[in-house]
Design a protein around this ligand. Structure first.
Ligand SMILES: NC(=O)c1ccc[n+]([C@@H]2O[C@H](COP(=O)([O-])OP(=O)(O)OC[C@H]3O[C@@H](n4cnc5c(N)ncnc54)[C@H](OP(=O)(O)O)[C@@H]3O)[C@@H](O)[C@H]2O)c1
Length: 488
């Protein structure tokens, strides 16, 4: 069966890719905006097509000969007008599927009723309606899920950070709204089975979830499953804006994601039909507490397959590791350090482990303060950490950076995602037995130029310490391993 998967660099699609690759009955194709963001090795039978749902011409080659296509795409991280873009994307995809003779589209949207849905949820419902609008030519299995419980899912990460950091929580009154969470493994079971399910009508809408509960109950039950006792007090005075600032500050999500989550609290997201049991009787969604425990185990083992911040969110893929982009940088801070006597692979392993739990060496506290300022300005701050404490891949987010380029053993290029009056990159490159670290800055207007000079004394401290710290880390790991390379 030829299957096309979209969204393979995203949270759900990244996991579904792993599931489908393991199946002998599936010949998998991936449609991605940037193939360099795909993690892990792909078998030679898997086809990778670079394309974009806003470019219909790029969809045709990917869909040729395809029977089933998964639609796991949205434009919600790109600021305003996402509704319009989501509709355009769905129309393009539906029409391209019809032209290519695709038999079935499988789409995962959100739970909720259109009448009282938040703008994000409404957009997800309209996407489903668009995909379902040509039942004469295209089947649609439309799964609808609420909060997904799994390591790296945005709602789960927000809940986990609140629970871990705050023994007593005050919350807006909408925490009494009902929701019906589901574990990510169950979502994947439904998605995989959806390719084979027999349909009576061209479209089936199946709402999926474990048990219905209020958001308040969800947080308190998750806390208990994590072995913690928490108190949650709903307060009528907490406005959406205040609650969003609070979430953004305490948890890894930036203000925009926090305010979408808070907005979502106002709409009930519970299962509206029993089609999941009818069409997928094999799936028995795991109890809520079990899904929380599984997510916590994955985090403890450092096995986070995908995260909420993996996708670019915006209109185009935001990973840009091209040398040309750096040529326009007006300011550069270049530092060099010899690592003679150390194996280059040990040094590159140290390069790849900066940030996250490892931190930023002696001036970690300065980076953290910068992170808090960034959070206050609506940015990501540093508490996104890393998906994996040792390994990196293009597109991975690392505190307030993202990996723009990674050439094993040679070069790591990070692009700043912090709020800045310009664009900034940090490059760590191995040249012979020298580590070369360059900070690039492309200022926006006079404010950008002013920023570079104003911050220069601090940059001087943190950048000189960073290169020293990386070589020291490589050295100490090398010595701890008895002079052998750190991994061996
Ligand atoms: N995550 C949840 O908690 C949750 C809960 C309920 C329902 N859902 C539904 O599940 C679906 C997938 O969500 P998700 O959380 O996995 O999303 P996500 O992590 O944000 O991933 C979105 C994916 O779409 C790709 N993409 C965006 N615009 C594109 C375009 N124009 N052309 C091609 N690819 C494009 C992104 O690629 P880049 O990497 O290039 O950006 C990324 O791979 C959505 O419909 C969502 O409503 C998710």
């Amino acid at each position: 069966m030829n299957i096309l998967l979209t969204g393979a660099t995203g949270y759900v699609g990244g996991r579904l890719k792993e599931r489908l690759l393991g199946r002998s009955d599936v010949r998998l194709r991936l449609l991605v905006r940037n193939a360099r963001k795909l993690r892990g090795a792909l078998p030679s039978s898997a086809g990778v097509f670079e394309g974009d749902t806003f470019s219909p011409a790029s969809l045709a080659p990917a869909l040729e000969g395809v029977e089933i296509a998964y639609y796991l795409v949205h434009s919600m991280g790109g600021g305003g007008h996402f509704e319009k873009r989501d509709l355009e994307s769905a129309v393009n995809f539906r029409d391209a599927c019809i032209d290519a003779g695709v038999r079935r589209v499988i789409y995962l949207g959100g739970l909720g009723r259109k009448e009282d849905a938040s703008p994000h949820l409404r957009s997800r419902i309209e996407t489903g309606e668009t995909l379902a609008a040509r039942p004469d030519r295209l089947e649609l299995v439309w799964l609808r899920a609420g909060v997904i419980i799994g390591a790296g899912s945005s709602s789960f990460e927000v809940m986990r950070h609140l629970i871990e950091k705050l023994p007593v929580m005050i919350a807006p009154r909408w925490v009494r709204t009902l929701t019906q969470p589901i574990g990510v493994e169950d979502v994947l079971d439904y998605l995989v089975l959806a390719k084979d399910v027999s349909l009576a009508d061209a479209t089936v809408v199946a709402d999926i979830g474990s048990e219905a509960m209020s958001f308040r109950e969800m947080i308190l039950r998750a806390a208990r499953a994590m072995g913690l006792r928490r108190i949650l007090v709903p307060v009528p005075l907490l406005t959406p804006r205040l609650s969003s600032y609070w979430l953004a500050l305490i948890t890894p999500v930036p203000y925009a994601v926090a305010s979408a989550l808070i907005e979502g609290l106002k709409s009930e997201t519970v299962v509206q039909n029993d089609n999941a049991a009818k069409f997928f009787p094999q799936v028995r969604p795991a109890p809520f507490e079990e899904t929380v425990r599984r997510a916590m185990e994955s985090i403890a083992r450092g096995q986070i397959i995908s995260r909420w911040c993996d996708s670019s969110g915006g209109e185009s893929c935001d990973v840009d590791g091209r040398e040309e982009s750096l040529e326009g940088a007006v300011y550069r801070d270049v530092r060099r350090r010899s690592f003679r006597g150390l194996p280059a692979d040990a040094v590159f392993r140290a390069v790849k482990s900066v940030g996250g739990k490892q931190g930023w060496f002696r001036f970690d506290w300065l980076w953290r303060i910068r992170g808090i300022l960034d959070k206050l300005a609506g940015g990501y701050g540093t508490n996104r950490g890393r998906r994996d404490e040792r390994e990196l891949a293009v597109g991975d987010k690392l505190d307030f950076w993202k990996v723009a380029d990674l050439r094993e053993g040679r070069r790591l290029l990070l692009e700043a995602q912090m709020r800045l009056p310009g664009r900034a990159w940090l490059e760590l490159r191995l040249e012979g037995e020298t580590l070369v670290q360059t900070a690039f800055f492309l200022p926006r207007g006079w404010l950008g130029r002013l920023y570079w000079y104003a911050i220069w004394p601090l940059h001087s401290l943190v950048f000189s310490d960073l290169i020293r710290g990386v070589v020291r880390l490589a050295q100490s790991r090398f010595e701890d391993a008895g002079g052998l390379s750190a991994e061996s």
